[in-house]
Design a binder for this molecule. Structure first.
Ligand SMILES: Cc1cc2nc3c(=O)[nH]c(=O)nc-3n(C[C@H](O)[C@H](O)[C@H](O)COP(=O)(O)OP(=O)(O)OC[C@H]3O[C@@H](n4cnc5c(N)ncnc54)[C@H](O)[C@@H]3O)c2cc1C
Length: 404
């Protein structure tokens, strides 16, 4: 039986970003008494997220999608254009959603709109208590975890779902090590208006510094993620709006016509990081607390949502069977279920990024050959698309549209 409000909650989710909110909604939506401890970051997030089909299905199932669908744009065609001007360049590769019988690979939405829809849904759930605060410590022991709030006061629970981002304190509390490598690249993010239609197409130009990716938003708007070396990023970020608009138009070969940047720019230093274990000591890591990958192929938060759906599924099943939802059994099952999905995607994205940056000709050649084969061999291309949208190794129930 779920605990009653005011008593020890079944679970505490820490971190009110998209991964944490999704986990909290999944648990509370199934009736588990849940507390979400989260404080909005001081700086507004101007990024967008390309939510792939499985993530959209999960958000529909959780009652979130209807609150933000109108603010999302479909991704029907994805193009990768080799813009390296190297000797061995890859052909342009096009992925079309209808080739794998989908209307769209997914939908792109501004993070602030996604988070607003998640918060609206979370506030409507009677089993979910939201505490707008930071936590200062998380201390696990054999029987429970104690979470201390910055403003004073403590809470105890059987399971902490740690969605406290890449510098996770919970990860340290669980004694989980993380392997991290800095890329010395920075992603500049900005939303733009343009004079030509994007035709529901995202275009990823692969440059020798990293990808330059335009992803559709509703109307004649797109989001840009421009990956640069640190010095170039500083120089570009120092441009005024008119200069930056002109620079983006040039770098995009004017495919979207005249560009006008909107207010708000973000700069994100890029790295790749994966934990050695996904859970321990009654603490399960989700989202960037568990893995960080560069923004190539729209995978980061899609992985984070699959983490949230998976731990939700396992915890709810344990509670229904009268088992301890934070037990070593539940956590080791979670660890096993997330390894292949996160590991394989991290490896693939890391390889793609590193082969782009290398000056080593044979590696450039291999990369070109790989993309050439994907372009020319239909079954291979379709397999890559299917795997990108819904991985064979990880299809939590929510991603299949099943209510928890
Ligand atoms: C440029 C760029 C583009 C991207 N594009 C895509 C894309 O198209 N598709 C995709 O799938 N992914 C994308 N990603 C990845 C995606 O943005 C991240 O995976 C996602 O934002 C991580 O969400 P999260 O909830 O795990 O962490 P966060 O959003 O970092 O949330 C962590 C939360 O924890 C809170 N917190 C931390 N410490 C405490 C504390 N002590 N007490 C209380 N709260 C705390 C923070 O305030 C924050 O609200 C992109 C990433 C970048 C850098």
């Amino acid at each position: 039986m779920p605990d009653k409000q005011g008593q020890k909650p079944s679970a505490i989710v820490v971190g009110g970003g998209p991964a944490g909110l999704t986990a909290a909604i999944a648990l509370a939506g199934a009736g588990l008494t849940t507390v979400l401890v989260g404080k909005r970051p001081a700086k507004a997030d101007n990024r967008t997220t390309a939510l792939l089909a499985g993530s959209v299905t999960a958000l529909k199932t959780l009652g979130v999608w209807e609150l933000c669908a109108a603010q999302a744009a479909p991704l029907k065609l994805m193009r990768i254009v080799d813009d390296t001007r190297r000797l061995w360049r890859a052909p342009e590769v096009k992925f079309e959603a209808d080739e794998i019988d989908l209307d769209a690979f997914g939908y792109n939405i501004e993070n602030r709109r996604l988070v607003a829809a998640l918060e609206q849904r979370a506030r409507a759930l009677p089993s979910l208590r939201m505490i707008e605060d930071e936590f200062s410590s998380v201390v696990p022991d054999d029987a429970a975890v104690t979470v201390t709030l910055r403003s004073g006061g403590t809470l105890q629970t059987h399971l902490v779902i740690a969605a406290d981002g890449r510098r996770s304190l919970c990860r340290a509390a669980a004694g989980i090590a993380i392997d991290e490598r800095d890329y010395r690249q920075v992603a500049l993010t900005v939303c733009v208006k343009h004079s030509r239609s994007h035709r529901d197409t995202s275009t990823e130009f692969h440059t020798p510094n990293g990808p330059f990716t335009l992803v559709p938003l509703p109307g004649n708007r797109s989001s840009l993620v421009w990956v640069l070396g640190a010095a170039d990023a500083d120089a570009i970020a120092a441009l005024d709006d008119a200069e930056l608009s002109a620079e983006i138009e040039r770098a995009s070969h004017s495919i979207l016509g005249k560009i006008e940047v909107e207010a708000g720019r973000g700069m994100f230093p890029l790295s790749v990081a994966t934990v050695r274990r996904f859970a321990g000591k009654r603490i399960a890591l989700v989202g960037e607390a568990a893995h960080v990958i560069p923004p190539i192929g729209a995978q980061g938060l899609n992985l984070g949502l699959r983490d949230a759906a998976t731990i939700g599924e396992l915890a709810i099943a344990a509670q229904r069977d009268g088992r301890d939802i934070g037990s070593a059994d539940v956590l080791s099952h979670y660890d096993k279920m997330r390894r292949t999905d996160v590991g394989s995607r991290t490896l693939a994205i890391d390889l793609l990024n590193r082969t782009l940056l290398t000056d080593f000709l044979p590696v450039q050649g291999m990369r070109g050959l790989g993309l050439y084969m994907i372009d020319r061999i239909g079954p291979l291309r379709r397999a890559v698309m299917r795997e990108g949208v819904s991985p064979a190794a990880a299809q939590p129930l929510l991603m299949r549209g099943e209510v928890l």
